[in-house]
Design a binder for this molecule. Structure first.
Ligand code: SF4
Ligand code: SF4
Length: 353
């Protein structure tokens, strides 16, 4: 079940949705990229269809809808605390299949990771509904197929695909949530049998090891990154599944006993992340940090939650100023793991002879 709309119908649709929902979507910011005269696609609240970027992959992920880069959690005085207010209108988030899979990882970390849930995450999460942007083709550096995140079967209220037909742009919507039908009918939508597009192959391929033997922790492959990585943390900030944060207590200058507590995004690749009392630091070299990040994404999270944390969006490869390819690292870890396992099997074989 679905609908087809023209360009003007799509504008009408967004206008009527916007009267009931805040819309958080990828937006192309001209000239705001990291180099002079380059663009960037990041997430923002929009009011019109024209602002929504459907063609290019976003450079940053949707996760700020749940985990803003800096979020005031509560205010405190000497005697009291007050939770920060939140805009309680429901939010429609436009995102691609890999990011919808990333949402499940975020939920695992914040809602299903022990006895307590994170209430500040939960109160934002409860407001969100998702619109799936179809992917008619893979982008550079995507490897969603190998990570199993190319196809989404549920968790979205409707999908959107746009295509040029002659002089016009036509929009197709698969609408699994029938409560949205009225919006499409109000915008003059024609009923049609629609299924969202998704990719079935990517140019970038990864081989993810089933098991990473302990010996790979000490493999020389990590040393290269001590030399190449500059510890800027960009790869973490663009990643839809990186969730680490640090806490900041900000005291007001007029009264040093009053202030606010903020949760601020953090990066396991930057200096200081593993500093502990007494001047200790757990992961000093960039190679050690890379090892921690990569194995968290393709091994440790899976041991706890049953699936890999990385969804293969390729943003970390897109953004690294040192051209470090995370997908290459996964393949190197696979080769190193195979080598260790084969040596173990050969030893076992000799012992049995
Ligand atoms: S590790 Fe890289 S490819 Fe994997 S989800 Fe994060 S940004 Fe995307
Ligand atoms: S983006 Fe590249 S250089 Fe920066 S921390 Fe990540 S891997 Fe290192």
């Amino acid at each position: 079940m679905g609908y087809v709309l023209t360009q003007s119908g799509f504008s009408e649709l967004v206008k009527s949705l916007e009267s009931q929902y805040r819309i958080f979507a990828p937006v192309l910011k001209k000239g705001a990229g990291r180099h002079l005269d380059t663009d960037v696609v990041l997430y923002d609240f929009v009011k019109s269809a024209e602002e929504i970027e459907l063609e290019h992959k976003s450079d940053y992920a949707f996760k700020e809808a749940l985990l803003p880069m800096s979020e005031t959690l509560f205010f405190f005085t000497e005697q009291q605390t007050k939770e920060a207010d939140l805009d309680e209108r429901p939010v429609l988030v436009f995102l691609r299949s890999c990011d919808l899979h990333a949402l499940k990882r975020l939920d695992d970390i914040y809602l299903r990771n022990g006895k307590e849930i994170d209430p500040f995450y939960k109160r934002r999460r409860d407001l969100l509904h998702f619109v799936l942007i179809g992917c008619p083709h893979a982008f550079e550096n995507c490897f969603c197929v190998d990570m199993g995140s190319n196809l989404t079967k549920d968790g979205y209220v409707f999908s959107i695909d746009s295509a040029e037909e002659g002089e016009d742009t036509v929009y197709r919507f698969e609408v699994p949530d029938a409560s949205f039908n009225t919006f499409f009918e109000g915008a003059g939508g024609t009923k049609a049998d629609v299924q969202h597009t998704y990719v079935t192959e990517t140019k970038t391929r990864v081989r993810v090891p089933e098991e990473v033997p302990q010996a790979v922790m000490k493999d020389a492959l990590w040393d290269e990154y001590t030399q190449r990585c500059i510890g800027c943390g960009r790869c973490n900030f663009v990643c839809p599944t990186c969730t680490c944060f640090t806490m900041q207590d900000v005291y007001y200058t007029d009264n040093g006993r009053v202030g606010e507590r903020r949760r601020v995004e953090a990066s396991c690749m930057v200096d200081g992340f593993t500093n502990v009392a007494g001047g200790g630091q757990y992961r000093k070299t960039k190679g050690e940090r890379m090892r921690f990040k990569v194995l968290h994404k393709i091994s440790d999270h899976k041991k706890r939650f049953g699936e890999n944390m990385c969804v293969g969006c390729g943003r970390c490869d897109d953004v690294c100023p040192e051209y470090i390819s995370y997908s290459h690292i996964i393949n190197k870890v696979y080769d190193a793991s195979e080598k260790v396992l084969q040596a173990k099997n050969a030893e076992g074989g000799e012992e049995n002879e």
